[in-house]
Design a binder for this molecule. Structure first.
Ligand SMILES: Nc1ncnc2c1ncn2[C@@H]1O[C@H](COP(=O)(O)OP(=O)(O)OP(=O)(O)O)[C@@H](O)[C@H]1O
Ligand SMILES: [Mg+2]
Length: 242
């Protein structure tokens, strides 16, 4: 299964009627089993790109080829749970056919057992994010999209949730796209790191991370981070002279 992306342009109109270019030059292909992490400045167009990839926004130049009948699971920047439905109902609505064994395993892994009957208004942001993750995985996705799933969580919770995401990602063969502002997340989870420019977003560098996720120790992670930062500064310098 493969996802082919070639976005040559995307503009938004502001309230004054002026058009702003948000995306330009995003071309890449991803195969099943790959985890692509997108790393770029705030406002550069990452969420806009994800919406286009998922087929939620058709107003752009270029083309995106998603595998036929691919199921998508997504965690938006805001958890977007239905407030009048319990945790369990939120997940079951997305995946009506899920069996109890799978659902229980998912709730157990994400430590949501005690919250099945709670309503979104009773949850902390970290819990709500975990419910959004459970919902995305419950659909058994072929394409998983995670838009800053660890943002604004404390370090301990972010670390735990990152481990849980790593476990879920390796439990299923799918195409995963993850947006983050955190280089640690990028290096711990990615098979490929895409560095994006400021708006309008284009790909500055496409960096493979070749060491398997489970074999990345602290020293290796520090080395990969340093190499990404080096490549990023070269890419930014190249861009500023071109
Ligand atoms: N519906 C819209 N109408 C007009 N402008 C929009 C719309 N959605 C996004 N934009 C603008 O497009 C640009 C990119 O927004 P987007 O949300 O994709 O950025 P982002 O990279 O995800 O940022 P962040 O890291 O802060 O989440 C921003 O300047 C934003 O203001
Ligand atoms: Mg965003």
């Amino acid at each position: 299964m493969q996802l082919d992306v070639d976005i040559t342009g995307k503009t938004f109109q502001n309230a004054a009627g002026e058009r702003h270019e948000v995306l330009t030059g995003l071309k890449f292909s991803l195969q099943s089993g790959q985890v692509a992490v997108f790393f770029g400045p705030s406002g550069c167009g990452k969420s806009t790109m994800l919406r286009i990839l998922l087929g939620l926004d058709h107003d752009f130049q270029g083309h995106v080829t998603r595998p036929a009948k691919a199921r998508a699971g997504m965690v938006f920047q805001e958890p977007r749970l239905l407030p009048w439905r319990s945790v369990e109902e939120n997940v079951r609505l997305a995946a009506p056919d899920i069996d109890e064994t799978k659902l229980s395993a998912l709730f157990k892994l994400l430590e949501l057992d005690a919250h099945r009957s709670h309503y979104p208004g009773e949850l902390s942001l970290g819990l709500a994010r975990r419910v959004a993750l459970a919902r995305a995985f419950a659909v058994e996705p072929d394409i998983l999209v995670l838009d800053e799933p660890l943002a604004s969580l404390d370090d301990a919770l972010a670390n735990r949730l990152r481990e849980e995401i790593a476990m879920l990602v390796s439990s299923r063969t799918m195409i995963t796209l993850l947006v983050t502002h955190n280089l640690d997340d990028a290096v711990r989870l990615a098979d490929r790191v895409f560095l994006l420019s400021a708006r309008p977003a284009r790909i500055l560098a496409d960096l493979p991370v070749r060491t398997p996720r489970h074999a990345r120790g602290d020293a290796e992670i520090a080395a990969i981070k340093a190499s990404i930062l080096r490549r990023a500064s070269i890419a930014v310098a190249d861009r500023s002279v071109s």
